[in-house]
Design a protein around this ligand. Structure first.
Ligand code: RB5
Length: 146
């Protein structure tokens, strides 16, 4: 189950991504801007990430204009590793090496075709573990120490 949310600037790309999820029979729950109305990306990030931490979503997708603000907000939440990706290489390696649980994209930065490739890669690449687990644990330690 995927939780997906956007603000107004990410709304069009969210529509394209939810259509793609539907076509690929990937279940999702949708949050944030539902009709193009203005909404605040930090609030969307908090609601969607909550679903990953204790609300039945395995991973999440967050979209704002640049992808930056919504990823900043998401990464303030303990247990969230949000990765802003602009291509599928980044999506592949953030899953392999960082065990990212939230994908962020910029609706004013990339088009639907690139976004679909990114989402496909993000959802279908497993964490490599090993030495990367130690580094992910170090990220968690920073959360606990600060
Ligand atoms: C909204 O205008 C815009 O600031 C927001 O979508 C995002 O790009 C922030 O980082």
């Amino acid at each position: 189950m995927i939780a997906i949310g956007s603000d107004h600037a990410g709304y069009e790309l969210k529509k394209a991504v939810t259509a793609w999820l539907g076509e690929n029979k990937i279940p999702y729950m949708e949050f944030g801007c539902m009709e193009g109305e203005s909404c605040d990306y930090p609030q969307v990030a908090e609601e969607v990430c909550g679903r990953v931490l204790n609300g039945g979503a395995d991973k999440a997708i967050l979209i704002c204009g640049t992808g930056i603000g919504i990823s900043m907000a998401a990464n303030k939440i303990k247990g969230i590793r949000a990765a802003l990706c602009t291509d599928s290489y980044m999506a592949k390696y953030t899953r392999l090496h960082n065990d990212a649980n939230v994908l962020c994209m910029g609706g004013r930065v990339i088009g639907a075709g690139v976004a679909e490739e990114i989402v496909d890669t993000f959802l279908h690449t497993d964490f490599e573990g090993g030495r990367h687990q130690r580094r992910v644990d170090m990220i968690s330690a920073i959360e606990s120490n600060n």
